[in-house]
Design a protein around this ligand. Structure first.
Ligand code: CTP
Ligand code: CA
Length: 224
């Protein structure tokens, strides 16, 4: 279906999306990252744009084309993603936090490539916790409508609802890893104040359209 025929459920809305992993350097050639292709976040940005929203997509390192009409900002680290989100967020009504943000970064990034030694001694690293972008945005006095994502390895029903409460967001979308990583299809569960709703397995593009409709009808003063 061409976008022309889709209902413009987000017209007049401004939507900020994060997507992809973040990359936390260890030295000039190595780093720590999370598993995420960015497909779900990019599909949501595209679907929001097709639903009539003004969309900014803040993306970690991914190999994906920018959806048509979407304003894309590329970042590498969690701190850069945090800063880009905080600079933009006041102008947006909806924040969809799809990025798989690395929870930790190494405390001391080496300026030089760390070399293997003859003694086969392995390096050790100490870590610092990265800012929690979604929780920070959700706490803002004029917070946009916040949607979280969670990839859990097991017990999605319990972990999803607990995470929604912990992050203090009205809507959290859960899926199971590693089943979703890099795939074109996904199966998700929506968690909101009224409970859990499972959507049937579908392509990430189809799901994105459905999720945008689910988000749109939950927005304050949504015209139904
Ligand atoms: N998130 C974020 N910033 C972080 C970590 C997570 O914005 N530093 C967002 C993600 O984009 C996602 C949601 O928070 O929307 C849940 O991420 P997840 O990693 O599942 O939650 P954590 O609180 O980091 O819990 P866990 O210990 O399970 O990793
Ligand atoms: Ca995490």
């Amino acid at each position: 279906i061409v976008s022309f025929f889709r209902p413009k459920v987000l017209s007049g809305r401004r939507v900020l999306v994060t997507a992809g992993p973040t990359f936390e350097p260890i030295d000039p050639v190595r780093g720590l990252t999370n598993r995420s292709s960015g497909k779900m976040g990019f599909a949501l940005a595209r679907a929001a744009q097709q639903a009539g929203a003004d969309v900014r997509l803040i993306a970690g390192p991914v190999a994906l084309a920018t959806p048509w009409g979407v304003d894309r900002v590329d970042v590498e680290t969690a701190q850069q993603m945090h800063d880009a989100v905080m600079q933009s967020v006041a102008d947006y009504d909806v924040f969809i936090s799809v990025a798989a943000v690395a929870d930790w970064r190494v405390a001391q990034v080496s300026d030089h490539k760390i070399k293997k030694t003859a003694a086969q001694a392995v390096p050790s690293f100490s870590f610092i916790e990265n800012p929690d972008i979604l929780a920070t945005v959700a706490r803002l006095p004029n917070a946009p409508y916040c949607v979280g994502f969670a990839a859990e390895s097991d017990d999605l029903e319990t972990n999803g609802e607990q995470k929604r409460i912990k992050k203090n967001v009205p809507l959290l979308i859960g899926n199971l890893g590693p089943a979703t990583f890099g795939r074109d299809e996904n199966e998700v569960v929506l968690f909101d104040a009224s409970g859990a709703t499972r959507l049937p397995r579908a392509t990430k593009d189809e799901l994105a359209g459905k999720l945008i409709a689910e988000i749109a009808r939950r927005l304050p003063d949504a015209s139904l």
